[in-house]
Design a protein around this ligand. Sequence first.
Ligand SMILES: *Cc1c(COP(=O)(O)O)cnc(C)c1O
Length: 376
Amino acid sequence: MLRSFFEGDPLEGEIADICEETFTFPVLLRRLDDSISLLELFHGPTAAFKDVGARFLASSLSRLEADRDDDRPLTILVATSGDTGAAVASAFYGKPHVEVIVIYPRGRVSDRQEQLLTCWDDNIQTFGIDADFDACQQLVKAAFDDDWWRKHMRLSSANSINIGRLLPQMTYYGYTALERWRQTGEPLDTVVPTGNAGNVRACLYAREIGLPIGRVVMATNANRPITHYLETGEWTAFEMVETLATAMDVGDPSNVERVRHLYPDIDSLRDVLEARRIDDESIRDVMRSGPDEWGEVWDPHTACGVRVREKLDRDDAVIVATAHPAKFPEVVEPLIGREVEIPERMAEWLRQPTHMTEIEPDLEALTREVRRERGD
Ligand SMILES: *Cc1c(COP(=O)(O)O)cnc(C)c1O
């Protein structure tokens, strides 16, 4: 699937090795009963689907950097609401020629997400600010525009509009669609928990290159921009609202522009895509009844997909499971009345010591700390 995108590229001959480095964990297509299948994307090192894109990007970039005549490393600057920063830190950790600066909102991520953001050293540096995700993102933007940063650092970003994250995410939709096609001769319908719309965009690209994918249903939390757009045909950003599915708390999803580019008129978009909004009360309901009804413990993001799947009349849509529930015990455990079992890879990073620098949410403070670290 990926080879044709790399034709004539310096990485053309390395794509097999890059995939080898990326997929060190399984992607599982699991049937629960006659009507429910899951595509589990959370078996990677940081227990969310973002491992796939982050690892592919890290492997590609460190290979490209090895061929450059520049002794300054490439600095990846990443603002995170939780999962992206951890996946990027884990993927780039210890890789030559690259370093990562992560900025996250203290107190607005789960304890385990925080542990995973701060259990690094070496080429990963983590900053916590006492503000929200938007403030983290503004800091990153300010650094990209700043004279000192532009002069002294070689900067890149790793957010989900990066094509190096998009391409590898197409492959799990390709795999699932072909499995479905071979077994039933039917195209794959999917339900994708959606926030910034990077994952769903990868699904749409897989569909456009000709894989047997039928309808794609986005499950959003209470944030409204996507459902509002599909209902009205008018694109507007909304003020972000906080929900239980925090990794999907996005008021102005940046990947929608590419989706609209793919389907410029709203009717062609509606032929392929639909969206449903799930409020926190429904997320709680689904998680609470998970063990009895399905024998499953859901995380709050996948729970949105499960509820949307129940509302559809199509019987065989596959729900994309985006994170492991053990990442969000504060939300999950009170609802199911017991502890969530921790997978071994997660137990391993929970044992690591943490390092974090707390700074004021302004560029001056960030620059001062980064310069100090550099002995500048
Ligand atoms: C990032 C994330 C999402 C949303 O994915 P988008 O590509 O931003 O739509 C959903 N669930 C989890 C667990 C995530 O980390």
